[in-house]
Design a protein around this ligand. Structure first.
Ligand code: PLP
Length: 378
């Protein structure tokens, strides 16, 4: 039976849960309050946030502000292009290949989980993807070191997934691309870990993990990437909406963008700037994840999924030694005000996502709950 969305039990919505969901995910409370204020009236324009033209000067200043903040916080080089697109990272799997490859050209991929697998699948519709390293037989518990793979001489670019949201693994170094341009899916760790934008040619990220709501995708292009797109565009190979050069030439306003999402993105980057910038976020995320990993390593109740050297600071994944206890853990956690902890079906168990918006207080509450749970059930 369909339930009326408003007919919720009393109490839900009265207090916020400790939200460890993998995405859409928790955002800073101050950002939610800023959105609340802008909903009926954006920046004193008299137009509500969801009711204003994307062609208005008021909205243009939101776009300009968001782009400027992203440039500052992530140190995006001046000659790189920032785009706000739609279709999620899932569309970028296809769009990156379509814009960069010409017929029968090749690209290299590192397969470190479900998302990189999908990126390979989409590139296969356009050109020839080489899967040059895969951890599938090891249950995707690790990411490779540079000596574990060889980049193909004939490849046009090199693609990797910086943080594997489902598996809880992450690179802690810039992977060697053998001199080829780097393309990265940074959906779940952008603005949460160190990144050298200038060492990449395309960075793409769905916003709903670390940056804002779903429905807006941040894409950052180097001059090389834009030039490749231009060649494919000139050859008539790109549908208008899948052509980076179209969106770039119109400042992401070729068609109606996700105006709401771009506003939230601007608020999130403002919050980042007010809280120590990228360095601040990196330090907070390290502190949060260490608290949980220390707990996992010190109690035989828990079995961490990722190999130590590949552990993610954004998504921590683990099982209970007694797997039957996992459902008990999840339901008791929810009752205790800790939500979104169910692991992805491809890994099972428990996953705590610790994106930028997740406060350390939530993590402390989780660790306390884990200790209490372990005492009661071991
Ligand atoms: C969530 C996620 C995706 C999928 O993003 P959509 O916006 O739903 O298309 C792709 N890659 C990674 C690394 C993700 O975390």
């Amino acid at each position: 039976m369909l339930k009326d969305r408003k007919a919720r039990p009393q109490g839900v919505g009265q207090s916020r849960i400790h939200n460890f969901g993998a995405g859409p995910a928790v955002l800073p409370l101050s950002v939610m309050q800023e959105v609340q204020e802008a909903l009926p009236n954006l920046d004193g324009s008299g137009f509500g946030l969801c009711e204003i033209s994307h062609r208005s000067a008021t909205f243009q200043s939101v776009v300009d502000s968001a782009m400027a903040r992203i440039r500052r916080v992530l140190s995006v080089p001046d000659d790189y292009t920032i785009l706000f697109l739609q279709g999620g990272a899932s569309l970028q799997f296809y769009m990156t290949a379509l814009n960069l490859l010409k017929p029968d050209e090749q690209a290299d991929f590192l397969e470190t989980g479900g998302w990189s697998k999908k990126a390979i699948g989409e590139a296969n519709r356009v050109g020839i993807p080489h899967n040059i390293w895969s951890d599938s037989e090891n249950g995707f518990r690790s990411v490779p070191s540079d000596s574990d793979y060889t980049v193909s001489e004939d490849s046009i670019y090199f693609h990797y997934t910086s943080n594997n949201t489902l598996m809880g693994t992450q690179y802690h170094h810039l992977p060697d691309s053998g001199g080829k341009p780097r393309v990265v899916d940074a959906s779940s760790d952008i603005a949460g870990v160190p990144i050298d934008v200038s060492a990449h040619d395309i960075i793409y990220a769905g916003a709903q993990k670390n940056l804002g709501p779903s429905g807006v995708t941040l894409v950052i292009l180097s001059p090389w990437a834009l030039a490749r797109a231009q060649e494919n565009s000139d050859a008539g190979r790109l549908p208008t909406m899948l052509d980076y050069t179209v969106h770039a030439s119109k400042g992401s306003l070729f068609n109606t963008p996700n105006t709401f999402g771009i506003f939230v993105l601007d608020c999130v980057f403002k919050w980042l700037e007010e809280n120590g910038g990228l360095e601040g976020a990196i330090a907070r995320n390290r502190a949060k994840s260490s608290l949980i990993y220390e707990e996992l390593d010190s109690d035989e109740m828990w079995i961490p999924h990722a190999e130590k050297s590949s552990r993610s600071v954004m998504n921590v994944t683990w099982r209970c030694a007694n797997e039957e206890l996992e459902s008990v853990f999840l339901s008791e956690a929810e009752t205790a005000g800790l939500g979104g902890l169910k692991g992805h079906r491809s890994v099972g168990g428990i996953r705590a996502s610790l994106y930028n918006g997740c406060p350390i207080e939530s993590v402390k509450a989780l660790v306390e709950f884990m200790r209490d749970f372990s005492e009661r059930y071991s």
